[in-house]
Write a protein that binds this ligand. Structure first.
Ligand SMILES: Nc1ncnc2c1ncn2[C@@H]1O[C@H](COP(=O)(O)OP(=O)(O)OP(=O)(O)O)[C@@H](O)[C@H]1O
Ligand SMILES: [Mg+2]
Length: 486
């Protein structure tokens, strides 16, 4: 059992442990990963399936106790072990209880002792898992996804991370790969997507993945704010330049020099502010209000909008030249309903996050809850899913599973319709896969159209289709309102 296990060792220097590491890898078949700072450790924990972490509490580049404490919630299944010097005495018990460590080892590290402790730790975890699985089978039957045991249903949704973005779907994988490329350049980036899809999280991820990450990321929401104030926030002002300007203000562009400025709700800026922003993008110069001097600011601009800027340009509400400048890279975050593969992993992530915050240990989520989430159209996207999960956790008792009865009323009355449709269609005999898929598509499109009383804009939005795309499907499957309601 220990043979495929992965161990992460956090210490300033791994040199004194080289011989021991060799025994672990060659002799005992463990996979050993090493990190000497917090950032490396976090990256490895996110990217690799680590089973056990051993951390030297004297690491200067890593606050080991805080890191291990946070891992209790982020990676509850990970075994945590501390490596300590002899001088810790009474503080040791506090460190052990904060980190909920499985065991501690003392320096100098005794290879034989360490290997034995690892073996026992991994065995104990495996036994605990089996025990939980059996206890669950007796109590709740097959219909539950249990996050702590990672059953097969989860293994197939491989979770990926782009900084704090969590995803498993193909559209998000494509988007994040484009965003990583964009991060390597200094070009402006325009992020579009419905409300709550994760635009701000994506902007942050790009900044922290870029060569500008050591400089600041400044965020400004441009919605519902007067021109003068927005100008002063971004370009700064001189004292007395307008009523209320009681001291000089640097402005975000100069405060973020070398870094990134994220402008949210960019569609809301006035025509005159559009001109100021265009000038800044062309010249890279900042002129504070009330000053006649210009200063240089080297920042990358990331903008976000939940309205289509292209459409606003067409309607004459947004300058075309500014639009072209802003979209060095265009990133479109798909609505949640267009990426159902993200629903289980996001649910799992939010259960972990809010279970820990609310101090409520949730054992898992029933499969039919996930099916209902997949059937729901989530107009508020990931934010709405997060709020729903948080609400469910608040209603559940400690140690319970989240089930239908914890759902909010709007969701509780939904049926997991798509899952049922699949069963109905696949019962038809002698059909090719293509025919079955088409029948299923026709059925779902028909159902969604009916649900929205044939309002095609709403139905297209729910299905993640353009209006033209939906019209084509209506034509192709000869769907019509009369026939559908008959
Ligand atoms: N892929 C994701 N992984 C984890 N959390 C996410 C993800 N997408 C969104 N969230 C969470 O959902 C909430 C909304 O995300 P965010 O603020 O980035 O959305 P937005 O698109 O900027 O929304 P708005 O248009 O309303 O400003 C946040 O709490 C964020 O942490
Ligand atoms: Mg936002």
């Amino acid at each position: 059992m220990s043979f495929a296990s992965t161990i992460l060792f956090i210490a300033d220097s791994h040199l004194p442990y080289n011989a021991w590491a060799e025994t672990l890898i060659d002799g005992l078949g463990y996979q050993l990963l090493t990190a000497s700072c917090e950032a490396d450790a976090s990256d490895l924990l996110n990217d690799a399936q680590v089973d056990l972490v051993l951390a030297d509490v004297d690491s200067r580049n890593c606050d080991v106790v805080s890191l291990l404490t946070s891992l209790r919630f982020k990676h509850p299944d990970l075994l945590r072990l501390l490596l300590v010097g002899e001088e810790y005495g009474i503080r040791l018990s506090e460190m052990l209880s904060r980190t909920a460590a499985f065991q501690y080892l003392t320096k100098p590290l005794q290879p034989a002792q360490a290997s034995l402790v690892f073996k026992h730790a991994l065995e104990a975890r495996e036994l605990a898992r089996r025990h939980r699985r059996l206890a669950r089978e007796f109590k709740i039957g097959e219909n539950a996804r249990c996050f702590d045991a990672k059953p097969a249903a989860y293994a197939k949704d491989k979770v990926s991370h782009f900084e704090r973005l969590v995803y498993a779907s193909e559209p998000m994988a494509e988007l994040c790969s484009l965003a990583r490329e964009a991060a390597r350049t200094h070009l402006p980036i325009l992020i579009e997507g419905e409300t709550g899809t994760g635009k701000e999280l994506l902007a942050r991820a790009v900044h922290f993945h870029s060569s500008r990450s050591a400089s600041p990321l400044m965020i400004q929401n441009c919605g519902g704010i007067r021109d003068e104030l927005l100008h002063s926030e971004l370009f700064g002002h001189r004292r007395g330049s307008f009523t209320g300007a009681i001291s000089d203000r640097l402005g975000l562009f100069r405060a973020a020099d070398g870094g990134t400025v994220f402008l949210d709700e960019i569609s809301e800026i006035s025509p005159s502010f559009q001109v100021s922003l265009l000038r800044f993008l062309q010249e890279g110069e900042v002129k504070p209000l009330g000053s006649d001097q210009t200063k240089i600011a080297d920042v990358r601009i990331i903008t976000a909008s939940n309205k289509s800027l292209k459409q606003l340009v067409k309607n004459g509400q947004f300058r075309e030249d500014l639009y072209f400048r802003l979209r060095g890279f265009e990133l479109e975050v798909p609505p949640l309903r267009a990426r159902p593969a993200d629903i289980p992993v996001l649910t799992e992530f939010f259960v972990g996050k809010h279970g820990a915050l609310l101090g409520n240990r949730i054992r898992g989520v029933c499969e039919d809850v996930i099916d209902i989430f997949k059937a729901y159209h989530f107009p508020g996207n990931v934010r709405e899913l997060e709020n729903e999960v948080r609400r469910m956790i608040a209603l559940a008792k400690d140690g319970e599973y989240l089930t239908r009865r914890h759902l909010s009323p709007a969701l509780a009355k939904l049926k997991a319709s798509s899952a049922q449709a699949i069963v109905v269609v696949s019962q038809d005999e002698a059909r090719t896969l293509k025919q079955i898929v088409e029948m299923l598509e026709a059925k779902i499109v028909g159902q969604v159209l009916q649900k929205h009383r044939w309002n095609q804009s709403k139905a297209a939005r729910e299905l993640g289709l353009s209006r033209v795309g939906l019209a084509n499907k209506i034509k192709r499957y000869a769907l019509d309102e009369e026939r559908a309601t008959r």
